[in-house]
Each structure stands twice: as C-alpha cells, then as structure tokens.
Design a binder for this molecule. Structure first.
Ligand SMILES: O=C(O)CCC(=O)C(=O)O
Ligand SMILES: [Fe+2]
Length: 202
C-alpha cells in the first residue's frame, strides 16, 4: 500500500473530465536530463518562432524547431513550417517515450524558453494536420516550470509542475475541451527545453 502520495502515478487522470492527462514524473535520471539538455541546446536547429497575431506577423523570443519522419509541412500559429529529419538523439528519445506511453509518434515540436519571461499562452493543439484525438507526449529538460490547464466551458483549472526529465501525456478529448499554457514567471532565470511528440497526418 502506498502511504504517501509523493510519487506521481502515471495511470491517474489529472483532469476531472473531458480528456486525459497523465504525468509520469521523472523518466530520466538527473545525468540523462543534463546530457539531453546540453545536447539539444547545442545541436538542434533553433529558430525564433513566427506567428500571426491580430493579423500581424510577430517573432517570438522563444525558439522552436520541428523534426519528423519526413519533411512534413505543418501549420502552427498560422505559419507553415517544414520538419527536419530526426537526429540520432531525437530518435532515441522518441523510442523511449513510445515504449513508456504505448503510443507512436512521427514528429516532434521543440521549444526553448531562455528564462521565465518566456512562456506560451492559452491554446489547444488541435491543428488539422494533427491526428484527431491523437496523444501528445511532452518531455521537459532544464528549469522546472508550472503548466496549467483550463476547461474551455467551465473554466476549471488544473496546475502542475513539469520537472526536468519528466513526461506528461495529453490524450483523448483533451485538446477539444481544454486549453493549456506555460505561464511566464519572474522567479525562473534559467532555460527550459520542451519536446512535444505528436502524430501528423499527411
Ligand atoms: O512548453 C510546454 O510545456 C508546452 C508547449 C506546448 O504547449 C506546445 O508546444 O504546444
Ligand atoms: Fe500545446
């Protein structure tokens, strides 16, 4: 019997309804997480993200990169991007996440937040290029940040902390009924890298 609820339980749904979010906690040791953080920081082709907001093209401070099985084109924040082909390390990460989640992925969006001033606003990942109700696996390395969900109708909120080396999975109707965000904070002065493994349909 588990006496204390300190360990994350990957079979527990964190959402009260209308979707499924599970948190596996730290899947990677501190050494592995440090290795991947450094490796990704230096070897990923990071670019400032372009988005269209209120009809104007803006460039975000956050950096992004997009990798996959094939040079897919993908429309995100109203701008079309093309995937680069997997690196060895990304392939290794993908197979570990596939084993752990029992899901398959064919692409990955990476985000680099240089410090707490950079975040991502409320959104859901329901773009038409994504498999409908497909699982999205989110892996974090570096600074621990808060992550939040908000129900689109009832406005109920669910928050959690995403630790370095951790895995979060969103699936089922989550993107239909819930928004999520990475809130900015003035308490964090170091970088975080996030990878979201996804399934693109051609
Ligand atoms: O950085 C994160 O944890 C989430 C990123 C995200 O929501 C996205 O890329 O769609
Ligand atoms: Fe997202």
């Amino acid at each position: 019997m588990k006496l204390f609820d300190l360990e994350p339980d990957p079979s527990k749904n964190l959402l009260p309804k209308d979707g499924m979010v599970t948190y596996s906690g730290k899947l990677f040791s501190q050494e592995e997480a440090a290795f991947y953080f450094q490796h990704l920081m230096h070897h990923i082709e990071w670019r400032n993200d372009e988005a269209v907001m209120f009809g104007k093209k803006i460039i975000t401070k956050r950096k992004v990169a997009w990798y996959g099985d094939a040079p897919f084109s993908y429309t995100y924040s109203k701008v079309t991007k093309h995937a680069l082909l997997w690196t060895e390390e990304l392939k290794n990460l993908k197979s570990k996440i596939e084993q752990e989640s029992g899901e398959n992925f064919n692409s990955c969006l990476l985000n680099l937040y240089h410090n707490g001033s950079e975040g991502m606003g409320w959104h859901s990942d329901g773009e038409k290029d994504l498999k409908k109700d497909g699982a999205i696996a989110s892996v974090s390395f570096g600074a621990e940040r808060k992550f939040a969900f908000k129900h689109k109708k009832t406005r109920e909120k669910v928050d959690l902390n995403l630790e370095s080396g951790s895995l979060l999975i969103m699936k089922g109707k989550t993107q239909t009924h819930w928004l999520h965000r990475l809130p900015p904070t003035n308490k964090i002065h170091s970088a975080r890298i996030n990878l979201t493994f996804r399934t693109i349909i051609g």
